[in-house]
Design a protein around this ligand. Structure first.
Ligand code: HEC
Ligand code: HEC
Ligand code: HEC
Ligand code: HEC
Ligand code: HEC
Ligand code: HEC
Ligand code: HEC
Length: 428
């Protein structure tokens, strides 16, 4: 086997500004401006082209629009879910951040900033240094429903690059993207694993030896859609269109009939923290063992070392509720509607296992007596805690701000419960 010489890939328009200067500090430590060129080497093996999406093809998908004809009710309520909204082709209507002149910029220092600019029907992130425009890139793809935030991607030829500014919903402002250094960075490539968690399908066109990865701009299914959980469904649609008399389903997976393990693994694909993949992204098929696609350790993780972001499966699997019952994610979550914030509905689901009749109800006596508490088991037993993984740097601050997420380690949180009780008795 022969190796081709390494190809040097240049981001000609790359801009990296490194500076110790922070907005609030009075003494200027020094601004070092390097309009540097980042060089990535990319070695290609000559005669071994390994196609990424080997056993899943764009043509096997029908698209969610085609389901409406026969499953209208589910389709209607599904459009409100964060799964549906978690990635979209960007346009003016779905980018949440402000474009008005008071709130459309993020300053890394008084002379280095990024501004959100509108040209025609498109928005751009434009970097300025000492009043000089350095680089301007268009918003192409939105990632994130906006419940917590939105991150944006743009195409550079067939590569996808993450934009430097992220919209952070908790503080309603543009912030430096999580994990980015405190300077305008326009060269962070997006991986197929990122897309695998935030969409239904992206066709990767480059082989496994090429980095950054390359994707087709046309073979994309945005959002975590029907076919992500039910499998590609073109055959199901064609069959039932041709056989309207058939009332039992063909060529489709109903996760409601999977084993507990299979059902959990479907959600774990994206809600199980960092799994290292052993197969190309997008090839996992619902119902097949996740172990055939990823390497991970069996057993519940150490709770204190697990972040509330991204690993609901890990946190839940350490809980007594999970260990001592047949709990799955579907014990509390419905897949086709948006129940965000509906604490009374979730509390009902707790009470399907915990009730006074079964003698395993809440040990705190105030709860049995107070309907406000009874309708909200969540604030005390699954409180929102700060994430160490989703943190953004706000303008002028040195310490990143955390997003808050519900822990799935269901347990007794004494201090939180005490303060909840206090606020209830104080009439809040
Ligand atoms: C031409 C009609 C038709 C279209 C279009 C259609 N389905 Fe179905 N589907 C059916 C019928 C009929 C059934 C069986 C009765 C039922 O469960 O509603 C069914 C059942 C299902 C089931 C339950 C399977 C089971 O074993 O219980 C799922 C899941 C499903 N469809 C998903 C989809 C998805 C996803 C799409 C769009 C990509 C889709 N369907 C498009 C007709 C259709
Ligand atoms: C292909 C990846 C993927 C799969 C599979 C998946 N999810 Fe998600 N899920 C996501 C992403 C990404 C989000 C974040 C959406 C956002 O806000 O942008 C999310 C959000 C959620 C939310 C938050 C809803 C809210 O209130 O905002 C719940 C609950 C959830 N998923 C449950 C499940 C369950 C249960 C399963 C298994 C049946 C599952 N997910 C399977 C990727 C996935
Ligand atoms: C996050 C994963 C997920 C997504 C996305 C999803 N489903 Fe489901 N679906 C499930 C699960 C889990 C079940 C079984 C449990 C249940 O009934 O809620 C199910 C059950 C079904 C059923 C059979 C039971 C019923 O309620 O009739 C149909 C039909 C169906 N889904 C269609 C769809 C369609 C159409 C879409 C897209 C508009 C969709 N699903 C999106 C996970 C998902
Ligand atoms: C292993 C799966 C996984 C990967 C990989 C992943 N995410 Fe997520 N992401 C999630 C899940 C699940 C959520 C929502 C629940 C949570 O935070 O635990 C989420 C939340 C988000 C949100 C907040 C959405 C909202 O409004 O609530 C953004 C923005 C986001 N991800 C962007 C990205 C980007 C950009 C990448 C890749 C560069 C990425 N994520 C990689 C699973 C993933
Ligand atoms: C599928 C059934 C089921 C559901 C749903 C359920 N639990 Fe549990 N839970 C259990 C079982 C079983 C135990 C273990 C009891 C034991 O150890 O004796 C448990 C234990 C607990 C404990 C004790 C935990 C500890 O570490 O000591 C708390 C608190 C709790 N559950 C609260 C809740 C809350 C709040 C909800 C809803 C958000 C909920 N549970 C939903 C079955 C369930
Ligand atoms: C105001 C906060 C608060 C609310 C609301 C609340 N709990 Fe509790 N819960 C506690 C505290 C604190 C304890 C521990 C009490 C003790 O051990 O003396 C507890 C104990 C429990 C236990 C027993 C844990 C064990 O050690 O075995 C269960 C089960 C439980 N709660 C379930 C629920 C359910 C279900 C709801 C909703 C209907 C609920 N709780 C609402 C604070 C709360
Ligand atoms: C015992 C009930 C219960 C189970 C089981 C459960 N969840 Fe949740 N989940 C909740 C509650 C309650 C919330 C908070 C909902 C709200 O207020 O919007 C939540 C929120 C979420 C969110 C949004 C994050 C946030 O901070 O609001 C995601 C994502 C999620 N769950 C995924 C999962 C996944 C994946 C599983 C299975 C591994 C699962 N959940 C199992 C009760 C549960």
């Amino acid at each position: 086997m022969q190796f081709q010489p390494c190809i040097i890939y240049k981001f000609g328009w790359d801009l990296i500004i490194s500076g110790m200067w922070r907005y609030k500090k009075i003494i200027l430590v020094g601004i070092l401006l390097i309009g540097s060129i980042l060089i990535l080497t990319q070695c290609q093996q000559n005669n071994k082209t390994v196609a990424e999406n080997t056993n899943v093809d764009f043509g096997q998908f029908a698209g969610s629009k085609s389901c409406i004809q026969c499953h209208q009710k589910i389709c209607d309520s599904f459009t409100t879910t964060t799964h549906h909204l978690t990635s979209l082709a960007a346009d003016l209507s779905n980018i949440n951040g402000s474009t008005d002149s008071l709130h459309n910029s993020y300053y890394f220092s008084p002379s280095v900033y990024i501004k959100i600019e509108k040209k025609g029907d498109s928005l751009f992130q434009t970097a300025y240094s000492n009043g000089v425009k350095k680089i301007s890139v268009p918003f192409h793809i939105v990632v994130g429903s906006g419940k917590r935030g939105q991150t944006f991607l743009f195409w550079n030829k067939n590569r996808l690059i993450q934009m430097p500014l992220t919209y952070f919903t908790e503080t309603h402002e543009w912030t430096n993207s999580p994990g980015f250094s405190n300077s305008p960075v326009f060269n962070r490539p997006v991986t197929s694993r990122c897309l695998e968690c935030h969409s239904t399908y992206f066709h990767k066109t480059s082989d496994t030896t090429v980095y950054p990865e390359e994707f087709s701009k046309t073979e994309i299914i945005y959002g975590v859609e029907c076919e992500r959980c039910h499998g590609p469904a073109a055959q199901h649609v064609t069959y039932h269109q041709q056989h309207p008399e058939q009332k039992t389903a063909s060529y489709i997976i109903n996760p409601g009939r999977l084993s507990r393990q299979q059902s959990l693994e479907l959600c774990r694909l994206c809600h199980g923290g960092k799994l290292s993949k052993t197969q190309p992204s997008f090839t996992y098929k619902v119902g097949e063992p996740l172990k055939n696609y990823f390497n991970y350790e069996e057993g519940a993780p150490v709770v204190s070392e697990t972040d509330v972001h991204g690993n609901q499966f890990g946190m839940m699997s350490a809980s007594k509720c999970f260990i001592n019952s047949n709990m799955t994610c579907n014990s509390c979550h419905s897949s086709h509607g948006n129940e965000t914030g509906r604490k009374e509905i979730f509390s009902q689901r707790c009470m399907s296992c915990h009730s006074q009749q079964q003698n395993n109800f809440c040990k705190l006596k105030q709860v049995s007596e107070n309907t406000v508490l009874k309708n909200n088991c969540i604030d005390c037993h699954m409180p929102e805690l700060p994430s160490k993984a989703i943190m953004v740097l706000r303008q002028g601050e040195d310490i990143p701000t955390s997003a808050h997420m519900h822990t799935h380690f269901i347990s007794v949180y004494k201090e939180i419960a005490d303060s909840k009780l206090k606020s209830i008795t104080a009439g809040h």
